[in-house]
Write a protein that binds this ligand. Structure first.
Ligand SMILES: [Zn+2]
Length: 493
């Protein structure tokens, strides 16, 4: 994915073709058009049997109010609603939401199969994120806007909608684009603010339009708490968490929740919020307090120069599917660390050599495998969740440590702390890449091919051979077979 496609939105007021007879004066004054471009696609371009247009005409007031009123959610809310654990929704939970676009996830929910309260939650989510929620009788593109990590995701389709003539189609029939958060917010704000002022000049006595202008201006001076909460995506409030931590341990350093300098949007989640954003929204408060406690325990005083700074993401590894990136990064890391081609990588020794601390957590949430943390004010640390079943065996634990090593070495951004909890709610592409890294780091291809030459070639290995293989490399059976399959050394297992 390209995380930084250009985004353009344009509004223009025109004279109401019905001369104000179809609606009230405020709405009538706002007749005009809008046009949205994502990269080189024009989402508003539509056609019917007789004509096509690259813009959508309608009364714009409702749309402007919707954009301003839902600003925080549009630019900060990542997750679709999820009921408490164990209540329905099946595959629509966890990282399924992140792998697919918001529009795809929403379309796959059978709303009418849900209990009333959940139906309502989904409906409210739709009202905050679907452009058609602002259509108010107009024919708007089927577009969804949401935050996805450090990008804004737009996703669109072409679902028929009541009131849209059968012959009319939006040309961009389905897709997804990603945009830099700060640039997106500034472009959207610029466009909304300028058309709202123009509208006010046209209707200086309108209270409704004056309210819109004030609300728009207020976006720049809004408290950031709501935005932080939306980014963290937790069911429990950040404020109650902060006070629980204060009571138990002490004040939370402000930098952990520092929202940055952009008054329109939080461009980067601060460390605590990033960490919370990778765990389940239903995680219990005691787990969150434990995570905060861990952050506190690994804070560093004064500048440190961790050995991991030596590692940079090689430029040519940015592209390609996550598993391919993970393989290449593992080979690079092995080379840099001068890991020999002996059978077993002593992962704990490697971590110690790099100055990465290993510690334990006992989270009530058994889905979190481990947490990786590093950054300017934190010692590079891997905290293994002792309550996750994957870590119960030695091979599983080794795999976890290698997976977290990938996060620490390659998922850091300059000047921004890394905080990620590995599990079903973590960003799915990072998780795939780290899994591929762990496999190739612990089971290098060269050794594998030799091993296979020694033990026969293309046939499926027998149980004894697999056992020998997993004990040679110190890995679990499933991890080993999956890796062999990915390398085309065995057929599907
Ligand atoms: Zn992970």
């Amino acid at each position: 994915m390209n995380p930084n496609e250009p985004f353009r939105i344009e509004f223009r007021l025109e004279t109401d073709p019905d001369g104000g007879s179809a609606t009230d004066p405020d709405e009538a004054a706002s007749w005009g058009y809008f046009r949205i471009e994502c990269g080189d696609r024009n989402i508003c371009w539509h056609a019917d049997d007789n004509h096509s247009a690259d813009r959508v005409h309608w009364y714009l007031l409702g749309l402007l109010e919707w954009l301003v009123g839902n600003w925080d959610a549009l630019l900060h809310e990542v997750r679709l609603p999820r009921p408490k654990a164990g209540q329905g929704w099946g595959e629509h939970h966890s990282n399924e939401q992140l792998r697919s676009s918001a529009r795809e996830v929403y379309s796959s929910i059978s709303v009418f199969d849900l209990p009333d309260a959940e139906q309502e939650e989904v409906e409210h989510w739709w009202r905050r994120h679907a452009l058609r929620a602002a259509a108010n009788g107009g024919i708007f593109p089927d577009l969804f806007i949401r935050r996805l990590r450090d990008s804004i995701e737009l996703s669109w389709g072409n679902v028929r909608h009541a009131g849209i003539p059968n012959s009319l189609r939006f040309v961009a029939s389905g897709g997804r684009s990603f945009h830099a958060v700060g640039e997106f917010a500034e472009e959207l704000y610029r466009a909304v603010e300028s058309v709202a002022s123009e509208l006010q000049a046209k209707s200086p006595n309108s209270e409704r339009i004056a309210t819109l202008v004030r609300a728009c201006q207020a976006l720049k001076s809004q408290a950031q708490d709501n935005r932080l909460s939306l980014l963290a995506g937790l069911r429990c409030g950040l404020e109650s968490l902060r006070s629980a931590f204060r009571d138990a341990t002490g004040e939370i350093p402000s930098s952990w929740f520092h929202a940055g300098m952009n008054p329109l949007v939080i461009e980067r989640a601060p460390v605590a919020v990033a960490l919370f954003g990778s765990v389940s929204p239903n995680i219990e408060e005691r787990d969150l307090l434990q995570l905060l406690g861990m952050l506190r325990s690994i804070e560093t005083v004064g500048p440190s120069k961790p050995l991991i700074d030596h590692f940079q993401q090689p430029d040519d590894d940015i592209a390609g599917p996550p598993w391919e990136q993970g393989y290449r990064l593992a080979l690079y890391a092995r080379e840099e660390l001068a890991v020999t081609d002996r059978d077993r990588v002593e992962i704990e020794e490697v971590l110690a050599k790099l100055g990465i601390r290993c510690t334990s957590l006992t989270l009530h949430d058994t889905e979190v495998r481990a947490v990786a943390l590093c950054g300017q004010d934190f010692s590079p640390t891997i905290a293994v969740n002792e309550n996750c079943v994957n870590n119960a065996s030695e091979p599983g634990r080794r795999f976890t440590l290698a997976h977290e090593l990938c996060h620490i070495l390659f998922d850091r951004d300059q000047g921004v702390p890394l905080a990620v909890a590995s599990g079903p709610w973590a960003p799915v592409d990072l998780e795939k890449r780290a899994n591929a890294f762990a496999a190739m780091f612990l089971m290098p291809e060269g050794r594998l091919r030799q091993w296979f030459r020694r033990n026969g070639t293309t046939r499926f290995p027998d149980d004894n051979e697999i056992q020998q293989f997993t004990s040679d490399f110190g890995v679990g059976q499933v991890a080993a077979l999956r890796h062999l399959e990915n390398l085309d050394l065995i057929d599907q297992f």
